[in-house]
Structures are given as structure tokens and as C-alpha cells.
Write a protein that binds this ligand. Sequence first.
Ligand code: ADP
Ligand code: MG
Length: 449
Amino acid sequence: MEKENLWKSALAQIQLDISEPNFKTWFKKTSISEIKDNKAIISVPSNFVKSWIKKKYHKKILKSLKNVNSNIEDIDYIILANNTDEKKEAIKVENNNHPQMEFQELSLDPETGLNPKYTFDNFVIGPFNELAHAAGFAVSDNPGFVYNPLFIYSKTGLGKTHLLQAIGNKINKNKEKKVLYIPAQKFISEIISAIRGNKMDDFKYKYKDIDVFIIDDIQFLSGKEKTQEEFFHTFNELYEKNKQIILSSDRHPKSISALTDRLRSRFEGGMIADIGCPDTETRAAILKAKAKEKGFSFPDNVYYYIADNVKKNIRELEGVLNKIIIQQQITKKNINIEDVKLIIKNINQISSSSLSFSKLIKTVSDFYDVNEKDITGKSRKREIVKSRQIIIYILRKNLNYSFPYIAKKIGGKDHTTIMYSFSKIENEVKKNNDIKEEISYIEESLTTT
Ligand code: ADP
Ligand code: MG
């Protein structure tokens, strides 16, 4: 396999394992410059990236490369400052002949924050997102005059960003209106640095003449009063000029804690639409559409098998699809249901390498806001007991650790206590959707950070 393809396949695997911002930051300008004596020489754009990648991702990179080419035994890194566009061009040209997974991240427009890959054309509609889609479409036809603000909410991975971006892209097409898409986290850091650098005037100026202001994931404004205040000013100024405002969040404005009331009532003054979970039929349709977009096609029973077994969200569906594509490219054999089964099974288990005990304790105690030390201690406080039980459940379920072993890890408790804890949570997960979601959230953060 050529080195470009080898690197692309490896990157595609790495991309599935780490968070998107990390992936973009560290792997953006990397390539394989040569393969010599079973050693892959990877070129990176700077010394900083080199030491970071080496420290944090060395094992992952090696593993992914080995998956594609088992002859590779080691990696070296070199710095190639101008690791450039020529190469990107080469990859692009080749992509036209052999559809491959591309580096889509590279195409963000810095002016608008829009990524052309998200459009209405490739947004599949089903009962779960019909309303949000219709509202978004209406807004894009007549910004500022139909639903203002438009507030879209859903759990993660169900299409908020895609829809917001599609609206932006559609309006931006005729270049008459000035569109700006910004993730709330970025908006917050802009405000903070403007305040620090005494540049609030510049900040205000930037937002003054926008016609369509799209801000994603505003749950991150929660608890940040100063930022909310600035946001409120920006919001009002635009709103009063009939400029379109579009927002998204992972929950209804009512459930965003620590949101000032005036901001909340502003959000509620427009149109609020949620996106639910797609049904099996729609999940299969989405898979089919995504595969086609990437230039692949699989038998219908493959799509249906995935749709039946991967239900959490669309991002996860895409993850499975990507793995299948990679496997097909690597083995050059058509994928069958057995392959798919295996791939899904592997995904559902958090691998032991990514789940360290200390990380699990930290994640869970952060999540429930308890003290890490108390987990292994003797406290019977409700939230501590709950955190402990969740940890036990995750350890057992994902790693199949024995009860006595878990007992030892959790501060030398009796193993019957551990068994009891496990079955308690196991039962609760069946009845109580909240706890099920909390656990998925925790598991997700374990695999993505
Ligand atoms: P969110 O912002 O809600 O976390 P995203 O918009 O990032 O979710 O969606 C996750 C992935 O699923 C993206 O790759 C997106 O293109 C895809 N996706 C979401 N909804 C749809 C849909 N209705 N049709 C096609 N793809 C979708
Ligand atoms: Mg999003």
C-alpha cells in the first residue's frame, strides 16, 4: 500500500478514537514521509507537535499503522515545516479516482465558520427531526422574519451542528447576507481574551454587522455570568435589527441551569424545536446515504444490521460505517454481516487500554461532583455511594473484572457488596433512563478524552 494511503487509513482509525478538536490540532499537517526498515517516518509541522504526538499518541499511531500494515514495527518523527499543499493536492487528485475518506476538516471557511460538507441535501429527514428541519429550512429561506430566534436542541450526535451549518451554508450561497457560525466555546474564549486584552470594542465591532448569527452548543454558557451578559448584548443588538439568530443546545432552555432569566426568556420567545432519535428505518437510510457520499455501497442487510444494533446516535452510526469502510479497504474483500458483528462488538467494549482505573474514578467523581478520595473511602453519603456503584458497574460491564478484584480496587470492600452494587445499577439501567444516559455520557467521555 502506498504511504499516503497507509497514513490515511491509520488517520481514519485514530480519528475515531480521539476527540475531534484533538485530532484536528495534532494530526492536521502530518504525513508519512518514508518507510524504511519497517520504520515509518512521520513528518509533523513543528517541534511542539512532535513532542506532543510522541508523548500522547505514539502507541495509538503505531497500533493503527500496524493494523493496516503489520510489517511496521516502529515510528520516527521528523519536522517538516512546510508539509504542504502539494501533498494535499496529490491526495485530492487521487481521491477522485478512488473514493476514500477525506480530510474534511480542512475545509472550514474562516470568514463564516461554515463547513461546506454540511448541507440540506445530505441531511436525511425522518419523523425524529422533521420539525427542526422544517423550521431550519423556513429560516434559511427568509432569515430574520419567520422564527427568531430559532432554538434547536437534542442530545449529542443527532444533527444539531449539521442542521445549523446547513442553514448557514444555504443563506451564504448568494452572499447577500453576512453569516457567522460560531461554537459557544469559541465565543466564550473570544470574550475572555477581549476582556483580558482590553479589546471589547473590537469584539463588539466584529458582531455588529452580522445578518445571521449562529451559535452552537450554548449550554456551555451556563454558569458564566460575564459571558452571558456580553452574549445578551450581542443578542439584543442583532435581534432588534431583525437579524436572524440561531442557537443550539443539548437541552431545552428551561433545563440549562445557571442561565440568567432574561436570556432564557429571550430564547423562549422564538421557535424551539427538538431533534429526537431516528427510528431503525431512518438509521438505515442515513447509513446508506453516508456510504454513498463516501463512494461506497453495501448490501441492505448490512445497513439494517447496523441500524438494529447501533442506536445511540448518528455520530456513532457513522463511526461504525467508517470502520467498515476501512476494513473493506484494507482487506479488499466485501464486508459481510459477520464482519459487521465483530466490529460492533469491539466498539461496544471500552478497550482496557483506554479505561484506566484512575481515569474512571476521576471522570465519575467530576461528573457527580464528589471528592475522588471518598470513592475508595467509607462514606455512606448518597452521591458518593452512587458514584461508587457506577464505577463498579462500568468496570464489571466493560472489563469483566472479577468482583473480588473490584472489591480490592475500591478500597478493600467485601465482594458481596460489589456484587450487590453491580446488580443494583444493572437493574436500574433497565428502568431508569436518566441513569442510563449518565452512564453513556461517562463512558463516552472515557473514550473521547
Ligand atoms: P450534534 O451537533 O447534535 O452533536 P452533529 O450535527 O455533529 O450532531 O451530527 C453528528 C454526525 O451525524 C455528523 O456527521 C452529521 O453529518 C450526521 N448527521 C446528523 N444528523 C443527520 C441527518 N439527519 N442526516 C445525515 N447525517 C446526519
Ligand atoms: Mg454539535
